[in-house]
Design a protein around this ligand. Structure first.
Ligand code: C2O
Ligand code: CU
Length: 493
C-alpha cells in the first residue's frame, strides 16, 4: 500500500530531478534565498487512477504527475514560475486564492494572452498570505482540469504550527470510460445545465483512496482541497472530530464545524487539525456522503504502533491572521449579483421574487418582465441567451463591461443571490472576502474566503476592500457552470 501522506506522495514528485528555473538562469547567477524557482510543464502523461495499478489512464499533467509538483514556499517569499506549454492547445496558470498583481492572475483575454503550444510565460510574484492554495489552468478549464492539470501551492507560516505530521489531500473526480480512459465529452449540455461534470472515479492526490497508518496520540494537520470540475464533497470524519483552523488558506478561530458533514465545493480548501485518539477505536473511515445512498470512501486511517503521547497535546492551534485589509462596513458601497438559470431555475427565482428578496427592479435589470412567461424556458430563466446568467446576462459573452466597478481602496459589500435550483461555489480572483451572513443571519467566525458555496435560494453577504487594481473574475467554480455563463468581472480602478 501507499502512504496517503501529501508530503510523501507529492513531495517525491516535486524533487524528482526536475530542472528548476534556476538551472536555466544565466551561468554564475545564484538565486536569492528568498526566491523560489519552479518550472511547470503541462503536457501528456499517464496516471494510475484506478485500483488496478496495471491500468494507466492518459492524462494531462504538470511535469508528468497528477497532482503537479507541490510548490512549498514561505510567507513573504517570491515565486518565479516559468510555464512551458507542451500541451496541444493554449494554456495559462491561475494561482487560485493568491492576492497577487493582476498581470500574474493567468486569465486569458483578461490579464494575459494565452500561451500557445511550445510557448512560455514567466509568472513572478510575492506571497503575502500563508495558507493552502493551488494552481491550475484558466484556458479551456473544463477539459484541462478534467484531464488532470492542477497542483498544490502551500505557503508556510513564518511561525509554523506545531504538529506531528502534515498531510495534503487533493480530492478529484474523474469521468472514465470502461477502458479507464477519460471521457472526452467535455462541456456536455447536460453537465452545463445541471450539477457540472460529475465523474465516476474519485482520487486523493491522483491515486485511488487508500489506507494511512497513524500512531495513537498523533496530531495531524490535514490540508484539504477540492480540484474536481463539479463534484461537491460532504465529508464525514467518523469519530475523528477535526478542528477547523483555516478556510481557503486564511486562519479562522479554531473550532469544530457545527454541521455533521464538512462541505467542500470545487475550489475550496480547509485546514484541519486531527488528534488521533490514544485509546478505543483503531480504524477510522473518511467518507464522502454528498449524494444520498452513494457514498465514496476517501481514506481509511489505521491506528497502530506505540502511542506518541498519552493524551491530546495542549499546543496552540491558532494561526496568525494574514494581512488582509478589513472592510469598513459603514463606508462600504453595496452591490448585488443575482444568479439565475439552469434546469428548474424558474421555480427558485419565482420563490425569491414572491418572498421579496428579488425586487421588481432586479427582475427588470435581468430583462424579465413577467413571471408568467418564465415557465420552463431556459432562456427566460437566465434572462440571457445562455444557460446561466448573472444579473440577467452573461458578461463574458455579452462583452458589455464589468458587473461591478470599484474605486481602489473602497470597501465593498456584495450580496450574492442564488436564484437557481443548484449549489454554486462562487470564486473571486485577486482578493479575500469576509463571509458576513447567510440569509441575513450572521455567520460564525466570519471567515476570509475566496470561494463561497451558496445553496439554492440562499442569499450570502460578503465584504472586502478593493485594494488590488485590475479586472478580476468572479465565477462559479463548477467549471461547466462558468462555461454556461456563470461568470463576470469586478473592476478595481
Ligand atoms: Cu480556481 Cu477562476 O479559478
Ligand atoms: Cu455553479
Amino acid at each position: 500500500g501507499f502512504l496517503l501522506g501529501g508530503a510523501t506522495v507529492i513531495g517525491a514528485a516535486a524533487t524528482g530531478g526536475l530542472p528548476l528555473w534556476s538551472s536555466i538562469a544565466r551561468a554564475g547567477e545564484t538565486p536569492a534565498p528568498d526566491i523560489v524557482d519552479m518550472l511547470l510543464r503541462p503536457g501528456a502523461s499517464r496516471a494510475s487512477l484506478v485500483s488496478n495499478p496495471a491500468i494507466q489512464t492518459d492524462v494531462w499533467a504538470y511535469n508528468g504527475t497528477v497532482p503537479g509538483p507541490e510548490i512549498r514556499i514561505r510567507q513573504g517569499q517570491r515565486l518565479r514560475a516559468r510555464l512551458e506549454n507542451t500541451l496541444p492547445q493554449e494554456t495559462t496558470i491561475h494561482w487560485h486564492g493568491l492576492r497577487i498583481p493582476n498581470a500574474m492572475d493567468g486569465v486569458p483575454g483578461v490579464t494575459q494572452d494565452a500561451v500557445k503550444p511550445g510557448g512560455s510565460f514567466d509568472y513572478v510574484f510575492d506571497l503575502p498570505d500563508a495558507g493552502t492554495y493551488w494552481y491550475h489552468p484558466h484556458a479551456n478549464t473544463t477539459e484541462q482540469l478534467g484531464r488532470g492539470l492542477y497542483g498544490p501551492l502551500i505557503v508556510e507560516e513564518t511561525d509554523p504550527l506545531r504538529v506531528d505530521r502534515e498531510l495534503v489531500w487533493i480530492l478529484d473526480d474523474w469521468r472514465l470510460d470502461d477502458a479507464a480512459m477519460i471521457d472526452s465529452g467535455f462541456n456536455a449540455m447536460h453537465d452545463v445545465s445541471h450539477a457540472g461534470r460529475i465523474g465516476n472515479v474519485v482520487t486523493v492526490n491522483g491515486l485511488p483512496p487508500g489506507e494511512l497508518v497513524v500512531r495513537p496520540g498523533e496530531r495531524i494537520r490535514l490540508r484539504l482541497l477540492n480540484a474536481a470540475n463539479g463534484r461537491i464533497f460532504a465529508l464525514d470524519f467518523d469519530e475523528l472530530a477535526p478542528t477547523v483552523i483555516a478556510m481557503d488558506g486564511h486562519p479562522v478561530t479554531p473550532h469544530r464545524d457545527d454541521a455533521p458533514l464538512l462541505l467542500l465545493g470545487p475550489g475550496m480548501r480547509f485546514d484541519l487539525v486531527i488528534d488521533i485518539p490514544v485509546k478505543g477505536k483503531t480504524s477510522f473511515a473518511v467518507m464522502d456522503r454528498f449524494y444520498d445512498g452513494m457514498e465514496n470512501r476517501i481514506a481509511s486511517l489505521a491506528v497502530s504502533g506505540e502511542a506518541v503521547r498519552d493524551g491530546v497535546p495542549d499546543w496552540d492551534m491558532a494561526l496568525k491572521p494574514n494581512p488582509v485589509p478589513e472592510p469598513d462596513l459603514d463606508q462600504s458601497t453595496r452591490h448585488d449579483l443575482v444568479y439565475s438559470g439552469g434546469m428548474m431555475g424558474g421555480m427558485v427565482l419565482q420563490q425569491m421574487t414572491q418572498s421579496g428578496h428579488i425586487t421588481p427592479e432586479m427582475l427588470n435589470r435581468m430583462g424579465i418582465e413577467d413571471m408568467a412567461g418564465m415557465g420552463n424556458m431556459m432562456r427566460s430563466m437566465s434572462g440571457s441567451g445562455n444557460v446561466w446568467a448573472v444579473n440577467g446576462r452573461d458578461p463574458d459573452r455579452d462583452g458589455d463591461g464589468p458587473l461591478v466597478t470599484l474605486e481602489r481602496g473602497q470597501s465593498c459589500r456584495l450580496t450574492l443571490m442564488n436564484a437557481t435550483a443548484w449549489l454554486h461555489p462562487i470564486h473571486l480572483h485577486g482578493h479575500a472576502f469576509r463571509l458576513l451572513a447567510r440569509n441575513d443571519a450572521p455567520v460564525n467566525h466570519q471567515p476570509w474566503l475566496d470561494t463561497v458555496l451558496i445553496k439554492p435560494g440562499e442569499r450570502v453577504e460578503i465584504a472586502f476592500v478593493a485594494d488590488n487594481p485590475g479586472d478580476w473574475l468572479i465565477h462559479c467554480h463548477i467549471l461547466e457552470h462558468r462555461v454556461g455563463g456563470m461568470s463576470g468581472i469586478i473592476r478595481v480602478l
